[in-house]
Ligand binder design. Structure first.
Ligand code: XMP
Length: 527
């Protein structure tokens, strides 16, 4: 059993960063909406899942609101009654102060960016007497609740950190999770290990052991159909369920017609020798194109595809016999982006395997990666002995080229996109830029690269003739966890070569553009 930290999300853009920092320290943590109930936070109502373990501490995230705004999120009573240490960050500290009888007011000067923090009274979280910390707030705590002490101040926040050491309650007006805060990692480390007493047991090995045990408990003697796309997540999911259940698993690869050029054949080549008769390939391209006829809205596309996938799995089962369970490679960001974690987080897009699932689905889901970030998934893949070239494959979204073919998805538009995409990937491969490692601070290279077909025609001139053709956008990003990313600074010569080859080799394309937007504010995919 792993120790567990619960993060209550009050809507901050940094909430996921808090989770990343804690997981990087080897401790399991999960984000809950600020208004989650006690059974959720204590995991009393869930079916068994990876990461079940003793709750050792609670973190209250920052948030965009003022605690005095109408319907502002607040700290629920039970959180302080559980008896584990609590750390409030920014809005979390203000909400904690207000809850316990302190005073929070609107500050005359907002504090954004780096500011100098002076220690007033020693506090076990703060490693130095002077720190440069990242602030982002309008309100501030004016008076600490009874029994609390002021730990630190900054020029605009006389109470920039506060503590009730006896009850192990802490508040930080600044953001330790943000990279720019000096010793931020150490501050979180001190809370997690020294105050909460967690042990760093959240390792790939332990995750695999827990997953295998839980898959066995959930499935029992049942049989599992595992949706395999050839991507990292579904490959590792299939390997995990196989490790747990052996021959009770059959992998199904649905060829949607929306894969990259030559990909369906490649999946068969890689996986047939490994899975033998336990791999079933279904050519469903005609049905997917039929289902997508006339659909242009991004969310409608995602829902249609999510539903069609399930219909295909259900139909496969009619031929293959009884399968009660469907294993999917859903990962934590799919869940967060599809449904948000509470009413304070916004839904970004319905990942086909979460928000796109039909209500009348007949399967029970097995999703062993549902609590994991992408980089954790890859570590598990390596630990399971999966070939590194498969583990480090660039991610490819379940809805495939449909979300890169803006406007209507037709076989001919997808064929255009496939050709442009193949040229881009080929050139990146030749230049050795299909991979990127974290130490490359110039962000050349890419963690994910692809072409997008825009629903825009533009005028061109080819061979002295006017043309009015399609536009391809090229996208390349560097990212570790794909929750945020930077656009890749690809060499101009490479971009020039791709542009020239695409316009010359792909019929109907007359213009190529390069996407120079990071995530946020854009997302990685265009839809
Ligand atoms: P966004 O576009 O949200 O993408 O920045 C983040 C990562 O997720 C992939 N992605 C998906 N993966 N089903 C998936 O399996 C989906 O519906 C989906 N949508 C986006 C995307 O390719 C990127 O790696």
């Amino acid at each position: 059993m792993t120790d567990r930290i619960a993060i209550l999300d009050f809507g901050s853009q940094f909430t996921q960063l808090i989770a990343r920092r804690i997981r990087d320290l080897g401790v399991f943590t999960e984000i809950y909406p600020w208004n989650a109930n006690v059974r959720q936070v204590l995991r009393a109502c869930d079916k068994p899942a990876v990461g079940d373990g003793e709750l050792k501490g609670i973190i209250l995230s920052g948030g965009p609101q003022s605690i005095y705004a109408e319907n502002a999120p607040y700290v629920q009573d039970y959180l302080l009654e559980i008896g584990v240490p609590v750390l409030g960050i920014c809005y979390g500290m203000q909400a904690l102060a207000a809850k316990l009888g302190g005073r929070v007011e609107h500050a005359e000067h907002h504090e954004y960016g780096l500011t100098a923090l002076e220690i007033v009274k020693h506090n076990p979280l703060l490693p130095e007497d002077h720190l440069s910390v990242y602030m982002s707030h309008g309100d501030r705590v004016e008076q600490v609740p009874t029994g609390w002490e002021i730990s630190a101040s900054s020029p605009s926040s006389p109470i920039a950190a506060m503590a009730h050491p006896y009850r192990k309650l802490y508040g930080l007006q600044f953001h330790p999770e943000v990279h720019h805060t000096e010793h931020g990692k150490q501050i979180i480390e001190r809370f997690i290990f020294d105050v909460c007493g967690c042990e760093a047991t959240w390792t790939s090995k332990c995750i695999i052991e827990e997953s295998v045990a839980q898959i066995r408990e959930t499935v029992g003697d049942g049989r599992v159909l595992s949706g395999l796309s050839g991507g990292v997540d579904s490959t590792i999911t299939t390997a995990l369920v196989q490790k747990a259940l052996g021959g009770h698993v059959t992998a199904v690869f649905i060829d949607t017609g929306l894969m990259r050029l030559g990909e369906a054949a490649q999946v068969e080549k890689i996986f047939r020798p490994i899975l033998g008769d336990h791999l079933v390939i279904v050519d469903a391209s005609a049905r997917f194109f039929e289902r997508l006829k006339g659909v242009t809205d991004p969310e409608a596309k995602r829902k249609a595809i999510g539903e069609q996938f399930i219909r295909e799995f259900e139909s496969a089962v009619r031929d293959l016999g009884e399968f009660e369970f469907l294993a999917q490679g859903t990962i934590y960001p799919d869940v967060i982006e599809s449904q948000g974690v509470g009413d304070s987080s916004q839904r970004i897009k319905s990942h086909h395997n979460v928000g796109g699932l039909p209500k009348d689905m007949q399967f029970k889901l097995v999703e062993p990666l549902r609590q994991l970030f992408k980089d954790e998934v890859r570590q598990i893949g390596l630990e399971l002995g999966i070939a590194p070239e498969l583990v480090w494959r660039q991610p490819f979204p379940g809805p495939g080229l449909a979300v890169r073919c803006l406007g209507e998805v037709t076989p001919s538009r997808v064929a255009t996109l496939q050709q442009a995409d193949a040229i881009f990937l080929e050139e990146l491969g030749k230049a050795n830029l299909l991979t990127w490692d974290e130490s490359d601070h110039t962000h050349t290279g890419s963690s994910q690269a692809f072409a997008v077909l825009l629903p825009v025609r533009s005028v061109g001139v080819m061979g002295d003739q006017r043309t009015y053709g399609e536009t391809i956008a090229l996208r390349a990003v560097t990212s570790v966890d794909f929750m945020s990313g930077n656009w890749s600074r690809l060499p101009y010569e490479l971009l020039a070569c791709c542009s020239s080859r695409i316009v010359n080799e792909v019929p109907g394309v007359t213009r190529v553009v390069y996407d120079i937007t990071s995530k946020p504010p854009a997302t990685i995919e265009w839809e």
